[in-house]
Design a protein around this ligand. Structure first.
Ligand SMILES: Cc1cc2nc3c(=O)[nH]c(=O)nc-3n(C[C@H](O)[C@H](O)[C@H](O)COP(=O)(O)OP(=O)(O)OC[C@H]3O[C@@H](n4cnc5c(N)ncnc54)[C@H](O)[C@@H]3O)c2cc1C
Length: 441
């Protein structure tokens, strides 16, 4: 997976809103503790932590020429470590990978850790938090065959069900917007803005036919890579993220920190991936590049469809509701077109085939509305803070309920500029510190 910590300003703005302990210098401690950085030593990077992180050392020529063209065309530095001192510039992707394996939290913190007192129970669905006299005392679990049971907590309950799951469980437990809960027939335990402030990154894929990408989306290409990787593990693209290069840049709407993230993959990306009908993979050697909105202004909601815990929640991110969000994405596309016309890459480019040069001006804006898609980075639906918009306080405790915390992407007051997996891991790492300090451990 792509490993991005976020811009230092993101965390300083969280702290400025009253979230003491979440400024850049504070979260840097957690980031350093959680990683085992395989690159050159730096005061910004950690060594010996559970999550191995490296720069992809095997990127193809198309990705290299994209980096060179972006730097030249947009007057950006080539940044050797966007998770270090500064985020700005073009770069090779870093990923949480090591020993040819993805270092998920499951691998780093569980499989490879010695945790004799931990018991992981799988396949159940948490239907609610059991709250007695204003205190969380456990959770109700629905087992795979439908039977319900209560798991009781000795000290506290910590929800980490993500930006959709955590607000859903809280609302099913009577913790949420009072009017909405009453509408669904749920007794209100605490009237909180649970499910508000949902937001996500959005991007628009653009695909170019190029002559310096080694890949073809064919069964033969994947098949031979699988065989080669079996014979010599780690020797093919299968050991890395499909994203090879990227950049952090500023559109004319930026307020001092990058508001535009670029990605590049040496494959043809499906242009309408949210459609029910799957397109056939394009087998031309391609480079797909992405204009990505990383500081969206639009805010949506997570709400319950019903009081049935097995029913999916209603998710509405209000994508592009704020007009500036569309402007940023369109400007990003125009920047990428200029990059792909730069002499560092132009000689390799045959044509822009998605969305295609016919889309410009108003036609491009209309087309972006059809093509824009999630980056799968939902956050913010159990907002951390100290005002009436907050669901949890800066120690991640749910307001008004004893013994209950949330620790996942849902607590972000505002989304960080960059992919959200590393920040979500950091939130878990930091939650551990906060809880242990509270126990005097
Ligand atoms: C396809 C895809 C690709 C991505 N690629 C990247 C990437 O390359 N880099 C990056 O930085 N980020 C990436 N992300 C985003 C990243 O995965 C998320 O930001 C991160 O996982 C959020 O962590 P979380 O702990 O908040 O939630 P999650 O990782 O979603 O964890 C929540 C867990 O809770 C479980 N759960 C929910 N409800 C219940 C319930 N009622 N009972 C029991 N369990 C429940 C869920 O099954 C899930 O296992 C990607 C996301 C997707 C979907």
């Amino acid at each position: 997976m792509i490993f991005v910590r976020g811009n230092r300003e993101n965390f300083d703005s969280w702290e400025a809103e009253g979230n003491k302990g979440w400024g850049y210098q504070d979260v840097l401690t957690s980031y350093k503790r959680m990683e085992d950085w395989q690159g050159p030593a730096s005061e910004y990077r950690g060594k010996g932590g559970p999550i191995k992180v490296l720069e992809n050392g095997d990127i193809c020529d198309a990705a290299k020429s994209f980096i060179a063209a972006g730097a030249d065309e947009l007057n950006l530095p080539v940044n050797p470590d966007y998770n270090g001192e500064s985020q700005d510039g073009m770069h090779v992707i870093q990923e949480n990978t090591g020993n040819n394996l993805r270092y998920s939290t499951s691998r780093g913190y569980l499989t490879e850790a010695d945790l004799p007192t931990l018991e992981v129970q799988q396949r159940g669905t948490v239907s609610r938090v059991v709250i007695e006299n204003g205190r969380a005392v456990g959770v109700e679990v629905i087992e795979a065959k439908g039977e319900r049971r209560i798991v009781r907590a000795r000290k506290e309950v910590i929800l980490s069900a993500g930006a959709f799951g955590s607000p859903q469980i809280l609302m099913l437990s009577g913790v949420g917007p009072a009017g909405h809960l009453q509408e669904k027939g749920i007794k209100v335990v605490a009237d909180l803005p649970v499910g508000d402030n949902l937001h996500d990154h959005l991007f628009v894929p653009m695909t170019y036919s190029v002559d310096n990408s080694p890949h073809r989306s064919t069964a033969a290409h994947f098949g031979s890579a699988i065989v080669k990787d079996r014979l010599k593990p780690g020797s093919t693209f299968l050991s890395h993220s499909v994203f090879e290069a990227g950049g952090f840049a500023h559109t004319s709407l930026s307020t001092g920190v990058p508001d535009m993230q670029f990605f590049a993959i040496p494959w043809s990306y499906p242009p309408f991936q949210d459609e029910q009908v799957r397109l056939r993979p394009d087998t031309r050697p391609s480079l797909s590049v992405f204009s990505t909105l990383i500081r969206p202004k639009s805010r949506g909601t997570v709400r319950l469809a019903s009081a049935d815990p097995l029913a999916a929640p209603l998710i509405d991110v209000q994508a592009l509701a704020e007009p500036d969000d569309l402007k940023v994405l369109v400007e990003g596309i125009e920047m990428l077109r200029a990059v792909m016309a730069n002499s560092a890459i132009a000689k390799h480019v045959k044509e822009e085939y998605e969305p295609g040069p016919a889309f410009s001006g108003q036609r491009l804006k209309d087309e972006v509305l059809r093509r824009v898609t999630t980056v799968y980075h939902p956050v913010g639906s159990c907002r951390m803070g100290i005002d009436e918009r907050a669901v949890v306080d800066p120690e991640l405790r749910v307001n008004g309920i004893e013994g209950l915390r949330v620790a996942d992407a849902s607590i972000m007051p505002s989304i960080i500029g960059g992919n959200t997996n590393a920040p979500s891991m950091m939130i878990g790492e930091k939650a551990g510190t906060i809880i242990l300090e509270g126990l005097g451990a």
